[in-house]
Design a protein around this ligand. Structure first.
Ligand SMILES: NC(=O)c1ccc[n+]([C@@H]2O[C@H](COP(=O)([O-])OP(=O)(O)OC[C@H]3O[C@@H](n4cnc5c(N)ncnc54)[C@H](OP(=O)(O)O)[C@@H]3O)[C@@H](O)[C@H]2O)c1
Length: 363
C-alpha cells in the first residue's frame, strides 16, 4: 500500500484509540480498521469499555468474510496468548480471518507480547508494515509500558514560561503566556493522558476547564490538589464535561460539590504526598498522568523528582517583574533531549533516564 494511504488510515485508527483513551483501563486503548481487498473500509472499532473485547476482535467480527484478502490497520501490535491472559489472542484472529496485510502503529511494550504478535503474523505469511505517525503512536503507549513495569503511570509535566522564565505577570493574575500552537500541543498532551493534575491555586487564579478542545480526543480525568484557601463551587473544573477528583490530607471539605470525588492521602509536610497521589493513579490503572503546575506544584515535583517527561514551552516575549516559574532553580540544566517549534514559542523536552521502558522495534 502507498505509505501516504497507509498513514491516512493509521490517522483514522489513531483517532479511534484517542477517543477511547481512559475508558479501557487498565488495558490500553487501541483503534482498528479493516479494509477489504479493494482497500475499502468495512469495519472500525476501538477497545471496549473496561478493556475487553479488544479492538481487532471487534473489527474482525464486524468485517466477517469481507476481511479475506484485506488489510488490518491497528495502532498497537495484535496480542498473543500468554499465561493468565483473559482475552483470546488477536494475532490468531487476524490470521484466521484471511487478512493479507497488517499496518501496525507500534509494537506492544507488554513484555509478554513485545514483537511476538508481529512475528506470528509474519510467520503466517502476512505482510506487516510499520506506520508510527512520526513517533506519535509509540508515544501514546509509552506510559502503558511504565505502568506494566512499575504499577504507576508515566508522569509528564508541562509548564509555559515567558522568555525570561515567568509564569504570570503578577501573583494572582491570569496571564496568557504562549500562543495557539502551544495550546494545541498541550491539548494533544491532554488527549494522550488518562488524568491531568493541577495545584489548587491554579484553579483559583485561572479557573481552567482542563478539557481537550483544540484537538480531537477525550478529556482526561481532572485531578486537583485542594488548597488551604478552599475553592469556589463555581469553578469550571467541577462541571460535568469530565470527571473530577480532589485530593487533600484532611476530611472531605463541606464546600466540595457532591459530584466531585474526594480522596484523602498521606501528608508530606503540610501537603499531599505526591508519590502517594501517583501511586493512587496507578491503582486506578492509569498509564499517563499529565501535570500542568503553577510554580508551587512545579517546585514540589522537581524537588521530589516525581516526573518522567518534562516540557517547558518558552514564549518569545518577556514578562518583566513577573512570577518566576522556577525560583529554586530546579529545572534541568542539561541540554534538552528534544525541542519543537510551536509558532513563536519553543518547546524543550527532557526525559528522566532509565524510567520509561523502551518500546521494542517492530523488526
Ligand atoms: N504558565 C503555566 O504553565 C502555568 C500553569 C499553571 C498555573 N500557572 C500560574 O501559576 C499560578 C498558580 O501557581 P501557584 O504556584 O500559586 O500554585 P499551584 O502550583 O497552582 O498550586 C499550589 C497549591 O496546591 C496545594 N497543594 C497541595 N498539595 C501540594 C503539593 N504536594 N505540592 C504543591 N502544592 C500542593 C497548595 O495549597 P495550600 O498551600 O494552600 O495548602 C498550593 O497552594 C497562577 O498565576 C497561574 O496562572 C501557570
Amino acid at each position: 500500500m502507498d505509505p501516504k494511504i497507509a498513514s491516512k488510515w493509521m490517522e483514522d485508527a489513531f483517532a479511534l484509540a484517542t477517543e477511547a483513551r481512559g475508558t479501557t483501563l487498565p488495558n490500553p486503548a487501541v483503534g482498528c480498521i479493516v479494509l477489504d481487498k479493494a482497500g475499502k473500509p468495512v469495519a472500525k472499532a476501538a477497545t471496549s469499555k473496561d478493556g475487553r473485547p479488544h479492538a481487532e476482535r471487534k473489527a474482525l467480527d464486524l468485517a466477517g468474510s469481507k476481511a479475506s484478502g484485506g488489510t488490518l490497520v491497528v495502532t498497537l501490535e495484535p496480542c498473543v496468548a500468554f499465561p493468565g491472559k483473559k482475552s483470546p489472542p488477536c494475532a490468531a484472529a487476524a490470521i484466521l480471518s484471511g487478512i493479507e496485510t497488517v499496518i501496525v502503529g507500534t509494537s506492544d511494550p507488554n513484555p509478554h507480547v513485545a514483537g511476538r504478535g508481529i512475528h506470528a503474523l509474519r510467520k503466517a505469511g502476512m505482510k506487516v508494515v510499520e506506520c508510527p505517525l512520526e513517533d506519535r503512536v509509540p508515544d501514546f503507549y509509552a506510559g502503558f509500558g511504565r505502568f506494566l513495569a512499575t504499577g504507576t503511570p508515566r508522569v509528564t509535566v508541562k509548564i509555559a514560561v515567558s522568555s525570561d522564565g515567568n509564569v504570570a505577570a503578577k501573583p494572582g493574575q491570569r496571564t496568557a503566556i504562549t500562543g495557539a500552537e502551544s495550546r494545541r500541543f498541550v491539548h494533544s498532551l491532554r488527549s494522550r493522558s488518562d488524568a491531568i493534575l493541577v495545584g489548587g491555586r491554579t484553579v483559583l487564579v485561572d479557573d481552567p476547564k482542563l478539557t481537550v478542545r483544540d484537538v480531537a480526543g477525550r478529556s482526561p480525568h481532572r485531578l486537583v490538589l485542594w488548597p488551604s484557601a478552599g475553592l469556589p463551587d463555581t469553578a469550571q473544573i467541577w462541571t460535568n464535561s469530565a470527571r473530577t477528583t480532589a485530593f487533600g490530607i484532611q476530611e472531605r471539605p463541606a464546600k466540595l460539590p457532591s459530584s466531585v470525588d474526594w480522596v484523602r492521602l498521606p501528608a508530606d509536610g503540610d501537603h499531599v504526598d505526591l508519590a502517594a497521589l501517583v501511586a493512587w493513579c496507578g491503582k486506578q490503572g492509569m498509564h499517563d498522568l499529565l501535570v500542568e503546575p503553577g510554580p508551587t506544584l512545579l517546585q514540589s515535583i522537581l524537588a521530589k523528582e516525581i516526573w518522567d517527561d518534562l516540557w517547558v514551552l518558552r514564549s518569545d516575549a518577556p514578562l518583566a517583574g513577573g512570577v518566576p516559574a522556577d525560583p529554586r532553580h530546579l529545572l534541568p540544566k542539561e541540554t534538552p533531549q528534544a525541542s519543537r517549534t510551536l509558532g513563536p514559542d519553543q518547546g524543550r523536552f527532557w526525559r528522566q533516564p532509565n524510567r520509561l521502558i523502551p518500546i521494542p522495534p517492530l523488526s
